[in-house]
Design a protein around this ligand. Sequence first.
Ligand SMILES: [Zn+2]
Length: 382
Amino acid sequence: MCPSTGARAGVLHTAHGDVETPVFMPVGTQAAVKGLLPRDLIQDLDAKIILGNTYHLFLRPGHESIRRLGGLHAFMQWPRAILTDSGGFQVFSLNGLRKVTEEGVLFRSHLNGDSHLFTPESTIDVQLALGSDIMMVLDECLEYPASHQAARISTDRTVRWARAAYAHYRRHENDNRNRDGIDGRRACFPIVQGSMYADLRRNCVEELLKLEADGYAVGGLSVGEPRALSLEMAEITTPLLPADRPRYVMGVGMPEELPEYVARGVDMMDCVLPSRNARNGYLFTSTGRILIKQAQFKDDARPVDERCDCYTCRGFSRAYLRHLFLAGEMAFSTLATLHNLRRYLDIMREMRQAILLGKFPEYLGAVRAIPRVSHGANEPPK
Ligand SMILES: [Zn+2]
């Protein structure tokens, strides 16, 4: 723990290995991190945990199918830890295709229009079938901006859903304590909501603490609000959460934001930004972001980032990557994603090292001193 900021270094123990924190989790939406193989994630990135999306896997190929094939780890040949979201975020991103009731959320599949109901209990069942190491409870994710009244009604419902989901999870864990061999090593996190209202966030934490959960997530950020407001909400929320449990802020952020969240006591993050930006030709380097298709890289023999020793930067020039991008070669996505994720994971490892050495405030100061192109509002992740 850093004495002058809220930054923490810890270890999460899962049935599929230990995860050092702070950690960034690459997103493997449909049982694959787009562009990469598990071999790349393990050998080149040494990622210890990835994220899977319950909504997508529920619709296709279906959680029962994955269960029959040995669970998500076996299905996708990923031997390390997996966190799955509850599907709530995706369902609430389906504008006009959903209906929220006390029981849960009724939605239409974006694939074929079929109707489905997610309840607090059913989303836990789906995640149990997937065999995820860390499950999330169903929450209602509000768009930004939302009125205080709408946010209060929604946050209260999220709390009631969290209680129902947690009760269901605990019943299952008690029933299976000695049966499935991963006793006590699975976790379930409730999600703090409350839109951009400090009082609602505080009330939500107060109620969720009664669950004595394995860890807590902060949701409803990165939904289009200014970045300063997302950070402020994290800053209000994290000190209220138990010091001995992991804290996960969902869906953030840009590389320069990672240290800001860690400074506010966040242990876990995930975002599609590094992989999606990679596919669009935006590469993150230790000196800023570059757009590889620009003419200035046409004859550039340097690697993407001279300070990076990922597979991409060890051998390939900017000129070659630019060529692959313009030619629409699949190898571009792989090489670019590999580099961007490596950049994110390196930032996390640098921070952990700085915290352990008692040098995190210096690290933070140095990162903040790097001039940045100003970014507007958060782009909502999909
Ligand atoms: Zn690299």
